[in-house]
Design a binder for this molecule. Sequence first.
Ligand code: PHE
Length: 457
Amino acid sequence: MSEEKRVTFGSKLGVLMATVGSAVGLGNIWRFPYMLGENGGAAFLLVYIICILILGLPVMITEFFIGRHTHRNTAGAFKAVAPGTKWSLIGYNGVLAAFLILGFYSVIAGWTLEYLLQSASSSMSGKPVEVFTSEFNIFSSGIIRPIGWTIAFIAVTHIIIVSGVEKGIERASKIMMPLLFLILFVLCIRSLTLPNADKGLMFLFNPDFGKITSSVALSAMGQAFFSLSIGMGCLITYASYFNKKTNLQTTALQVTLLDTLVALLAAVMIFPAVFSFGIAPTAGPELVFITLPNVFAQLPLANLWSFIFFTLLALAALTSTISLHEVATAYMHEEFSFSRAKAASLVSAGVLILGIISSLSFGLLKEYTVFGLTFFELLDYVTAKIMLPLGGMMICIFVGLRVDRKILKAELTNRGTVPFYFFNTYAFFMKYVAPVLIGLVFLNELGLLKMIRRLIV
Ligand code: PHE
């Protein structure tokens, strides 16, 4: 496909918004707090921040490089740089990851729609904590409603992808993102002023270093990749639409900062309330959904707050599902020459099947597990903890080995027109630190490190 024919993002702000739109989503507001709660709080947070800085940022810049340099979709990009080699497997890993993530992400996105509707229809104030929890359990383990919402969410994503109205979404997110910040901020304040809020803050910010285990490290690393939308070529696909003037470094920095800020705000909104209401921090995927209604119930006009919040959350999820869908659709469209509509339909049909099974794994199919994980948990584990970090590692190795440093620098400095002060530091982290660290976390988690140590000693 020729460069001229490819669409590009309209404006500077458009580039940032679309990319932030992909990064900020359920990963920050739903997955981050629940991972944090399950992995010991502050210890997890610390490792997470380290992962964002030394893995996330270099990988993101590298993905931007690949995307804009090749102007291709994820799989095509690797073929363009290294034709006829196995490197294109990285691209396929990404396309498959996008597809699998959509399969479980749409279920949670569907939950936000149920909550949106409920805030418009039934009164929340005055209900005890247990009622919110049991209502959630009844809903999520059901069949018709959660599946219906999952299908609805996939359908909306599908329509946006085929009708190419991303521009409208891009515009909407310029208003939506600041609003999301605002409401998160208000909810943080409400949460922080609840009785026993300080216990939540201790949990969040007072690390117990003894809790940093290999599985905490793997979870934090996976969460960093998931939240920044990296390791699977989503940002390669987006960067392929960037124009010559887009400053790749500042865009990466801004996206990373905003994404981390939203995650932190989400945690400050959730944990003081969790401790105040006596909810278990380890509750899992339902944590946000059973905690937040209690916070809303403490506010005047509870239903209105809830309605606004879940509308924004659903939209934040939508900008992420669009980016995931785009990865798979762009791949099918460009590599198999399917029309965009046909490519998108095939992707949506597949996602629908995964979504239905994932949704049922909270109820009817709960007992069917693989390695102790339900279907939903399996998709989440395999993508976030294996495919994304592995993809990120391979992307770094690929660029480190196959791309001339001069070409890398030229692209990242827009042919020398913008400075890159820390280019050497970046190149070092990308080429050596990131792949080695990711590899070590994997080896450690598999228990291989212990084995190697035993063999050596
Ligand atoms: N980053 C998105 C979120 O936090 C999820 C996502 C992952 C989107 C990978 C695209 C690619 O919600």
